[in-house]
Design a protein. Sequence first.
Length: 214
Amino acid sequence: MPVFVFPDPRRHNTLRLLGYDYNSTWQLCAISLVTYLRRPLFAEINMAKSVLKILLSDETSEHLRLRAFTLMPNHLHFLAGVRDPEKKLPNLIGVFKSYTTQQYWKRSREICEGTQIVLASSCVTKSTAEESRPLLSALMEWRATLRPEVVQLKDWPEARPEHFLQKRLWQTRFFDHVIRNDVDLKENLDYIAMNPVKEGYVTHPQFYPYTGFL
């Protein structure tokens, strides 16, 4: 596996520090949110776009200092901190879960009423080497992101209508880990970037359309 240099997480358990101030504006935390019953809801393109639209919205960035993210079919990893020490990180995550759940309910109604589920393409027409060279350069330098409609994701799970029948979008608990030092930061950034590669969806982290660094 080649070593990648990312623009400048790996823990799945809750690692809270006793007496730690989670409202510090300079501290970052690695957060993982998992869908209820681990349903692959974000394999559906419109659902994935709705969640990322809220994560990257001006309303979210006003309170949450987002550093990196990757949205997988049944979970979301992101690295973030608070902008205002008066705001508690768990409360901000609760607000995010509430807004995204409302979008999930909306999408669920559409699917139940017969709207077609939109999945990633299983076959994509590739550009010529000359056409793709400028894009590849931008991708490898993290200056561009591919649209999910134009990238082939291998071994991509299938979201089905029955996955949208549950009322809940997220599991009640979320997993968090306080970033302790530069080495810890690098490990978590590496995990976020490489997660789609390890799952076999893409060959390079830059090709995954639901990963970003800010």
